[in-house]
Design a protein around this ligand. Structure first.
Ligand SMILES: *Cc1c(COP(=O)(O)O)cnc(C)c1O
Length: 377
């Protein structure tokens, strides 16, 4: 089955009770049992909910995974996936992951004796040096936010597996439409469904997809024990979102390429970060690993004053955090999404005061370009 067919049909069987074509929002906390130990597979809604089950089947299928679990946020999904490590284990964490992922390691997991090192996972020779006998996990994000560094998932998976470690990939930026990490050897995929999978900026959610049965049983156990489950309403929204994932991602990609090309030629722009540009240092790898480049574009305006002028002059693009919705959002990583990153690390990663990030939406591209042009002027 093709991707769009899977997106529309996986998990979306007509409702057995009524034939409803759209999976109902099963807004219930519990289920009537016919007798002691006799029930229809549903006992209590933290443990199982049919709307959530439909979504779990749907996104697992899109990622090419046997198992999938939906969580209340991207962060709770990431937290659940990290419960595969125990105190005393060592994790290699990409040095430019989502800020919340870094915070989880740096402020919480470290007090549970989980050791971690930050590494540039795009540099394989560098990455290799970080493995220790107790390294259990490599956590990768590709492309990274906001400077769009691409990591070779197949090479990192091979390196980690040879050393007895597993690989988790945060696939939020590409979505399974453009990148399916499991096909490249990655063990576990995590998502913030808040972004492209839901796609309409009206729900917070997260997802874990994987193939290994033993690990899946543990994630299921964590999901039920900790209880950070996605609500029936949010499950419904994300399930509705994924039906149009293919068409939305195509539109984000088309607009993203045009915005990147426009910015690259613009006299007020010093540098553009977009893996779809031939000038991107890992353009070839991105072409091989991804089937598109998506809608995330960052650019250097040269100074905080310039960035501020652009961010406060846009009319169509909305100034705000988050990404992946149908509407274009513009943000200032240094003071918004990456404010918690130490100055020195930010400088090393290229997250300057003049850097601006756009989540290119699916409006008419002429309107987006016109808005950016007037703001830059
Ligand atoms: C937003 C985001 C997260 C966190 O997801 P929430 O749904 O906000 O908890 C994790 N990783 C990436 C790449 C993100 O963009």
């Amino acid at each position: 089955m093709g991707f769009s067919t899977t997106a529309i049909h996986a998990g979306n069987e007509p409702d057995p009770a009524t034939g409803a074509v759209s999976v109902p929002i099963y807004q219930t906390s519990t289920y009537a049992q016919e007798g002691l130990g006799k029930h229809k597979g549903y006992e209590y809604a933290r443990t199982q909910n049919p709307t959530r089950t439909a979504l779990e089947k749907n996104i697992a299928a899109l990622e090419g995974a046997r198992f999938g679990f939906a969580f209340a946020s991207g962060m709770s999904a990431i937290d659940a996936s990290l419960k595969l490590v125990k105190g005393g284990d060592h994790v290699i964490l990409g040095d430019n992951t989502y800020g919340g992922t870094f915070r989880l390691f740096n402020r919480i997991l470290k007090d549970y004796s989980v050791e971690f090192d930050l590494a540039d996972t795009s540099d394989l020779a560098n990455l290799e040096k970080f493995f220790k006998p107790n390294t259990k996990l490599v956590f990768v994000e590709t492309p990274t936010n906001p400077v769009m560094t691409v990591t070779d998932l197949a090479a990192v998976s091979e390196m980690a597996h040879a050393r007895g470690a597993k690989v988790i990939c945060d696939n939020t930026f590409m979505s399974p439409y453009f990148q399916r990490p499991i096909e490249h050897g990655v063990d576990i995929v995590v998502h913030s469904t808040t972004k492209y999978l839901n796609g309409h900026s009206d729900s917070i959610g997260g997802f874990v997809a994987l193939n290994n049965e033993e690990d899946a049983e543990w994630i299921r156990f964590v999901q039920n024990s900790v209880g950070a489950v996605l609500s029936p309403m949010d499950s419904f929204l994300v399930l509705r979102g994924t039906k149009t994932l293919a068409v939305r991602m195509e539109a984000h990609d088309k607009n993203g390429r045009q915005v990147a090309a426009f910015l690259q030629e613009h006299p007020k722009v010093e540098k553009v970060y977009y893996p779809g540009l031939a000038s991107h240092p890992q353009h070839e790898l991105a072409k091989r690993q991804q089937s598109g480049f998506g809608g995330m574009v960052s650019f250097e305006t040269g100074s905080l004053e310039n960035a501020k002028k652009v961010l406060e002059s846009v009319k169509l693009c909305t100034l705000g955090e988050s990404l992946g919705g149908v509407e274009s959002l513009i943000s200032h990583p240094a003071t918004m999404t990456h404010a918690a990153v130490p100055d020195e690390t930010r400088a090393k990663l290229g997250i300057t005061d003049g850097l601006v990030r756009i989540s290119v939406g699916i409006e008419d591209v002429e309107d987006i370009l016109e808005d950016l042009d007037q703001a830059l002027k």
